[in-house]
Every structure is written in structure tokens, then in C-alpha cells.
Design a protein around this ligand. Structure first.
Ligand code: AMP
Length: 158
């Protein structure tokens, strides 16, 4: 999809171009939901989707996203935000059950991908670094195995 610009829409102002591009360009996460980009999938229902973060801060670092594309988490409708967190809870429970961390932490940042998402980060020991950007080495094979373990433990919220 070409980026909207003056050559495509002569006379368009910069701010309109920016809004238009946000609207017409599918985020990388939407492409993952649509199966256009592969992922280590964990769970999905009709409104939410979950998969392993490709740059894990810890083994089992998982992202939870709404299928409807919205950039800023706190622009979600109240009900959508609440339901996203309930879905995230079901995934966190699956992580807890599959990987037995001390607990699963939650981070929201959103500066890299403009599609609202919640990071779920299993914490295995007190001294573990949990800041985004601290990457641990996990092979593709192990990512497959971890995703399958969490997926197997996942139960949809009642
Ligand atoms: P942020 O927007 O700062 O909350 O970070 C976005 C997160 O998405 C980062 O932790 C990336 O590693 C992760 N990410 C980006 N592209 C992919 C992808 N194709 N599959 C899985 N995770 C991704």
C-alpha cells in the first residue's frame, strides 16, 4: 500500500496525510492477525489475539492485542479495554500454569508498534531484568515449544 502523500493526493495538508496514512496502513500486528506475517501464536477469540514477542525480555514474553486496530491503548472504549485486560488475564494464567514463573508482570509502552498491546512478562527470579529492550536469547525452536505449552494451558475466560 503506497503512503498517502502530495503526489497521491495533491493539495493534501501534512496533518491530513498523517491521519490518512494511519487509517489506510495495516499495522504489523494486523498483518499477524490476518496471517500475512507469521507469529508464535498463543490464543485468540473473536476480538483479541495473543502471540510471543519476537524480542523476548524473558522466556514466554507474550503480547495481547485487540483485533480492531487502535494505536493508543487508552483510546480504547472502556468496555474494549476492560475485556482486553480480562483476555490478558486468561493468557497470564496460562503462562503461570505452563512456565511456573514467580508471577507474570504487565508492561504497556506502545512506542514501537502503533497498535494497542499489553506485554505479559513472566518473572522467574527477583533479580531478573524486566525492562523492554533487555532481550534474552531464545531459539526459534524454543519459541515454538513455549508458545505450544502456553497455548495448551490456555482456557478462555468464562
Ligand atoms: P512497544 O510498541 O514499545 O510496546 O513494543 C512493541 C513490541 O512488539 C516489541 O517488544 C517488539 O519486539 C514486538 N514486535 C514487533 N514486531 C513483532 C513481530 N512481528 N512479532 C512479534 N513481536 C513483535
Amino acid at each position: 500500500m503506497p503512503r498517502a502523500g502530495p503526489e497521491l493526493f495533491p493539495g493534501m495538508t501534512d496533518s491530513v496525510i498523517s491521519v490518512t496514512n494511519t487509517t489506510i496502513m495495516a499495522s504489523i500486528f494486523t498483518k499477524i492477525i490476518n496471517g500475512e506475517i507469521p507469529c508464535y501464536k498463543i490464543a485468540e477469540n473473536d476480538r483479541f489475539f495473543s502471540f510471543l514477542d519476537i524480542n523476548p525480555v524473558s522466556r514466554g514474553h507474550t503480547l495481547v492485542i485487540p483485533k480492531k486496530e487502535t494505536d493508543y491503548l487508552f483510546d480504547l472504549e472502556d468496555r474494549e479495554l476492560a475485556d482486553l485486560m480480562v483476555f490478558a488475564k486468561s493468557v497470564a494464567r496460562a503462562i503461570d500454569s505452563a512456565l511456573s514463573p514467580m508471577r507474570t508482570g504487565v508492561i504497556v509502552d506502545g512506542r514501537e508498534v502503533p497498535h494497542a498491546h499489553v506485554h505479559l512478562i513472566p518473572i522467574f527470579k527477583d533479580e531478573q531484568k524486566t525492562a523492554l529492550g533487555h532481550k534474552v536469547d531464545v531459539s526459534g525452536e524454543e519459541m515454538e515449544r513455549i508458545a505450544a505449552q502456553i497455548a495448551k494451558a490456555w482456557e478462555p475466560s468464562p
